[in-house]
Design a protein around this ligand. Structure first.
Ligand code: SF4
Length: 172
């Protein structure tokens, strides 16, 4: 017990450092995306994410958008469980043969207008998994793709930039 108390006196503080300047750029970008989505759709932007066979590297970056640092839901960008509530289908990984039907069904279940965003190099053409017996191809081999965000994996700020470009481009 004495050892524990002594260690607690000499150990450095364990709290994390405040956000970097780059995080304020992230906040500005997410805020702009939220406003652009409200202007375009008249409400928050809803995203359904499908892992079609990724290594989960892209998922880690997408999940980061919802962590305590980024917390993009405060800007009106939310991830939803049902494709029936989604505006954007975010797809990662090469599309494996086992996931091809599920991906197509998810796309078909989304109401129009809807957009498909392929995230990561694998989503473009299979990436490092291309040619595998288990892979059907890139996302566009199964559903129509509106935007591809390159990277292995792309960073959260790059994912937000891509979504902003998509919302800004789709002026109706
Ligand atoms: S693009 Fe890179 S991180 Fe994303 S699924 Fe492919 S290998 Fe994994």
């Amino acid at each position: 017990m004495r050892k524990l108390l002594f260690e607690s006196l000499i150990k450095p503080v364990l709290t994390e450092a405040p956000p970097l300047a780059a995080d304020s750029a992230m906040e500005e970008l997410a805020g702009t995306l939220g406003r652009e989505a409200r202007r375009r759709l008249g409400r928050s932007l809803s995203i359904r994410e499908v892992d079609a066979g990724s290594c989960n590297g892209c998922e880690l970056e997408i999940h980061a958008l919802n962590n305590a640092f980024y917390d993009v839901e405060r800007f009106g960008i939310r991830f939803v469980a049902s494709p029936r509530h989604a505006d954007v289908l975010l797809v990662t990984g090469p599309v494996t043969k086992n996931m091809a039907v599920a991906l197509k069904r998810t796309y078909d279940a989304m109401p129009a207008p809807k957009w498909v965003v392929a995230v990561g190099d694998c989503a473009l053409d299979g990436g490092c998994f291309a040619g595998s017996y288990a892979v059907a191809g890139g996302v566009s081999a199964v559903v129509p793709v509106d935007l591809h965000i390159p990277g292995c994996p792309p960073r959260p700020i790059e994912i937000l930039s891509g979504l902003l470009a998509l919302m800004s481009e789709t002026n109706a």
